[in-house]
Design a binder for this molecule. Structure first.
Ligand SMILES: [Zn+2]
Length: 113
C-alpha cells in the first residue's frame, strides 16, 4: 500500500512510480512464482528441482476442511489465525500474516494479553 505524502493525501509522483513498478513486476511473474523470463526460458529446461514446502497455515485449513462434516457456507473463505502464545494472537486473515513466525513481534503486538 502506498500512502501519499502530499498535503491533500493524494499519491506523490514517487508513489505512482512505485505502484507502476510493482504492477510491472507482478505481471512479470509466472504462476509458479518465478519471473517468466527465467522459468519459461528453454535454456532453463531441466534446471529446476522440486522441493516440498509445508505451509502450516494451509495445513490447518486443509485439516479443518477434510472432515466429513465440513460444509462451507455460501461465499465462505477460510483464513488461518496465527495463535502462537509467545507472540500473542495475530490475525493473519486472508491477506497474509501481519507478523511472520520468527519475527520480533514485540513492537507491533500486545504480548501481555
Ligand atoms: Zn513458471
Amino acid at each position: 500500500m502506498f500512502v501519499g505524502r502530499d498535503a491533500d493525501g493524494s499519491w506523490t509522483e514517487k508513489d505512482r512510480i512505485l505502484a507502476v513498478a510493482l504492477t510491472r513486476y507482478e505481471e512479470s511473474l509466472c504462476s509458479c512464482g518465478y519471473p517468466r523470463h527465467i522459468c519459461q526460458d528453454p535454456d532453463n529446461d531441466g534446471y529446476f528441482e522440486v522441493e516440498p514446502v509445508v505451509c502450516y497455515a494451509q495445513a490447518a485449513i486443509d485439516e479443518h476442511t477434510s472432515g466429513t462434516d465440513y460444509k462451507p457456507e455460501p461465499g465462505e473463505r477460510l483464513g488461518a489465525i496465527y495463535a502462537r502464545e509467545t507472540l500473542g494472537h495475530v490475525d493473519a486473515g486472508l491477506n497474509g500474516p501481519v507478523v511472520a513466525p520468527g519475527d520480533d513481534a514485540s513492537d507491533v503486538l500486545d504480548v501481555s494479553a
